[in-house]
Design a protein around this ligand. Structure first.
Ligand code: TRP
Length: 456
């Protein structure tokens, strides 16, 4: 029998708050900024299909595993792994899984914060009426002006990191609850509004066809689609685990996971349907990269009724969505420092945030002074900038690897009674889940890895 543990960091008020917080973590730049641009770069159709399959067959089962591990351990992922390995009388070496998560978390946040800074600067650009009557060329040059200026990027990156540190220092529960209950539905509403605008462009069906008509795909693109399933659901690095550790024992993990995944996927698909019609209507390239939403949405805001207001609110909400995600990226590290080093949350957040900010400088420079400095690692990737390298390493390698081991831990290391006791679900659902995490998920991740390096 497991000993009774309680989290020293507090508990969510109720299950709804947990679902909202986890959805707040999941829904972010990944859905609105990243999904459209990587879908565009990888040809749409099949890419989207693989991504959806990965959400259902890999994402949801791993999310359940992560939440159950977190809730059982009730500590930061690092200490949870140690505690559970001990409880199950297994190798204490599992603790490295917690450490890898901490590293992945701040690597991701270091660039996430820079992109969130772009969104912040767009709030002000939109407010100034800069996009009225906007053309594709205009939107393009406004975007390149921004990213070619390291000082401006640095300023916004700094502001966003400070915002993140403030919330994490206060504890994730405070402030998060209101932000997510109110703002998330609003973001959703505005996306629907932009989709409606996109329907008026005359290119709506072309956008939809791009997103949903299958075509050829290669191993790399499959890896990117799988990596994104982890990224968008915040899986594989302990973020959802640490949120699970604040969840009280009586709540259903299965339902929560399905709801979170559904909300997250819907937002991504809406973003795609909002953006691609604008891409085609204006003769833009779907594969134009990380600037995609910044080169398309201003056109929509410049032409729709009340576009300035809609645009200001939209970018503001996007910043909020990024904020509620960013928090979860360093919470595992902060929780660990508080538990093991006896420091308070403020001290822990400032140190971890400061370090993350510093690593973020590399991403700031990736778009200007280091634009030509690229890295190639044989079999893995070629000619990636600092930003692209971080993104590739974290989203496509560290998160799937973390997820794979989380699945193995829950499925093979923990005893059946332990996971059964945590999930407390219907026998059929339990069976399906266990089958997925024991066989399907690990095999799928490994096969995708091998396919990406062209080994099979
Ligand atoms: N899921 C978030 C998004 O889509 C980003 C994020 C937050 C994340 N926490 C994470 C990604 C943990 C990976 C792991 O924007």
């Amino acid at each position: 029998m497991a000993e009774k543990r309680i989290s020293i960091h507090g508990q969510w008020t109720n299950r709804t708050v947990f679902i909202l917080a986890a959805t707040g973590s999941a829904v972010g730049l990944g859905n609105v900024w990243k999904f459209p641009y990587i879908a565009g770069e990888n040809g749409g159709g099949t890419f989207v299909l693989v991504y959806l399959l990965c959400i259902a067959l890999i994402g949801i089962p791993i999310m359940m595993a992560e939440i159950l591990i977190g809730r059982r351990g009730k500590q930061s992922p690092i200490n949870t792994m140690t505690a559970l390995a001990k409880e199950e009388k297994r190798n204490p070496g599992w603790v490295w899984l917690g450490w890898m998560g901490v590293v992945a978390g701040f690597l991701i946040l270091s660039y996430y914060s820079v992109i969130a800074g772009w969104a912040m600067s767009y709030v002000f650009r939109t407010a100034g009426g800069m996009f009225l009557g906007m053309t594709a060329d205009g939107a393009n040059s406004i975007f390149s002006d921004l990213v070619s200026d390291p000082e401006r990027l640095l300023a916004w990156h700094t502001i966003f990191m400070v915002m993140t540190m403030i919330v994490v220092a206060r504890g994730v529960k405070k402030g998060l609850e209101r932000a997510v209950t109110l703002l998330m539905p609003l973001l959703f509403g505005l996306l629907v509004l932009i989709v409606i605008y996109s329907m008026t462009t005359g290119y709506f069906m072309q956008g939809v066809r791009f997103l949903f008509t299958p075509g050829p795909i290669d191993g790399k693109a499959i890896l990117i689609a799988m990596g994104h399933a982890f990224f968008t659901l915040s899986l594989g690095m302990g973020a959802i685990m640490v949120y699970g550790s604040y969840l009280s024992d009586e709540h259903s993990i299965t339902e929560a996971s399905i709801l979170i995944a559904l909300a997250d996927t819907t937002v991504a698909l809406l973003a795609g349907m909002a953006i691609f019609p604008i891409v085609f209507a204006n003769g833009l390239e779907p594969g134009s990269g990380p600037g995609l939403i910044f080169q398309t949405l201003p056109i929509a805001f410049g032409h729709m009724q009340g576009g300035t207001l809609v645009g200001v609110i939209f970018f503001t909400l996007l910043v909020f969505a990024a904020w509620t995600s960013a928090i979860s990226l360093i919470e595992p590290a902060v929780a660990y420092l508080v538990e093991n080093k006896g420091v308070n949350r403020i001290y822990a957040s400032v140190w971890i945030g400061g370090f993350t900010w510093f690593v973020g400088l590399g991403t700031v420079f990736s778009f200007n002074i280091w634009e030509d400095k690229t890295l190639t690692i044989p079999y893995l990737f070629e000619n990636l900038t600092f930003f692209d390298t971080l993104d590739y390493l974290t989203a496509n390698i560290m998160l799937p690897l973390g997820g794979l081991f989380i699945a193995l831990f829950a499925a093979w290391v923990m005893r059946k009674e332990s996971t059964q006791q945590e999930l407390k679900t219907y026998p059929v659902i339990y069976k399906v889940w266990r089958f997925l995490v024991r066989y399907i998920t690990p095999v799928a991740v490994i096969v995708v890895f091998l396919k990406a390096v062209d080994a099979i």
